[in-house]
Design a protein around this ligand. Structure first.
Ligand code: MBD
Ligand code: FE
Length: 309
């Protein structure tokens, strides 16, 4: 192996050329980023004496990630998405924004334009045997004032850990709704308790995680976007307490404030009143959102999403 190849001047010169730094055109910031990433990757190849076969395995791997449409999944599993959250958290802390429900990652499985409904909204529309879940709460600002007519966009997996649209066995928008809060900022829905998600077996994300001794499981969770005009959009999730992966999430999204109490109701009278003849689960969870402020970057994340036809 040639030691410190990267430190020789022909290579430094090459790095500049690779990143277009010797050219007048193009985006200067992008050039610097490309130069940094390429330098780090070349250093990795050098430090670990990566063989050509290993390098081409990596190229095939990235090709597979694209072909399998697992870019967003891999980003979650490698902690990029959580890292981006930690950065916004820190920017908000520095700007003096306090309180509010903690954010956590969106993940790759949201779909735009779920039906907008009010009142007690039913999320489960496909026949499936699952424990009935009633979840309700209030959207407030960080001073405790209710936020009427906020939109609580909610999505979660079914009892097999699958999400409608991506899991073609479910009808479009099953377990996905946009709920408009009432005049007191309250929302309420009926659904079924989700089960945790596992990355597709044999897919590229699974392959990499297995190769480094990790699993690709998430604890049972429910996703939310909470938005209202004049407020910072909140992207978050709640986790279902008791799940074996609660503190071992492959996407690093669990936060202590996002594990609400879960009440199992077995009272025959309560069951009758709910129109059920089996026990059900109840979760109460209030969201606190920040007013819009110019001193911190916007929380609306622009990214590609699959679009329901
Ligand atoms: C999910 O359901 C999810 O929330 C994330 C972050 C990654 C994969 C599947
Ligand atoms: Fe999810």
């Amino acid at each position: 192996m040639i030691d410190h190849l990267l430190k020789t001047s022909p290579i430094a010169n090459l790095m500049d050329k690779i990143a277009g730094l010797d050219q007048p055109g193009g985006d200067p910031r992008l050039k610097q980023i490309v130069e940094r990433i390429m330098g780090d990757l070349f250093n990795t190849i050098e430090d670990f004496d990566v063989t050509p076969a290993e390098f081409w395995t990596a190229v095939s791997y990235l090709t597979d990630v694209g072909k399998s449409d697992e870019g967003g999944l891999l980003a979650a599993g490698l902690g990029f998405e959580h890292f981006l959250d930690l950065r916004i958290d820190e920017q908000e802390r520095v700007a003096g924004l306090e309180g509010g429900t903690p954010r956590t990652i969106e993940g790759p499985l949201w779909i735009a334009d779920a039906p907008i409904e009010k009142g007690e909204v039913r999320l489960d529309q496909d026949p499936e045997v699952g424990e009935v879940l009633f979840m309700h709460g209030q959207v407030r600002d960080t001073d405790g004032n209710p936020v009427p007519h906020a939109i609580v966009d909610v999505w979660h997996a079914n009892t097999k850990g699958g999400y409608s649209f991506f899991d073609k066995s479910q009808t479009p928008f099953n377990l996905r709704r946009q709920i408009e809060t009432d005049a007191e900022g309250r929302y309420r829905f009926r659904s079924i308790l989700p089960c945790g998600y596992g990355v597709p077996p044999g897919g590229p994300t699974h392959t990499l995680l297995s190769a480094i001794g990790r699993h690709g499981n998430r604890p049972a969770h429910i996703h939310f976007f909470v938005s209202a005009p004049g407020y910072r959009k909140l992207t978050t999730q709640i986790n279902i307490a008791g799940d074996e992966y609660l503190h071992d999430d492959f996407a690093f999204a669990t936060r202590d404030e996002l594990i609400p109490g879960v009440t199992r109701n077995q009272d025959p009278e309560a069951m009758r009143q709910a129109g059920l003849n089996s026990p059900f689960t109840e979760i109460t969870f209030d969201f606190a959102i920040h007013r819009e402020t110019a001193s911190v970057p916007d929380t609306v994340v622009v990214r590609d999403h699959a679009k329901a036809a």
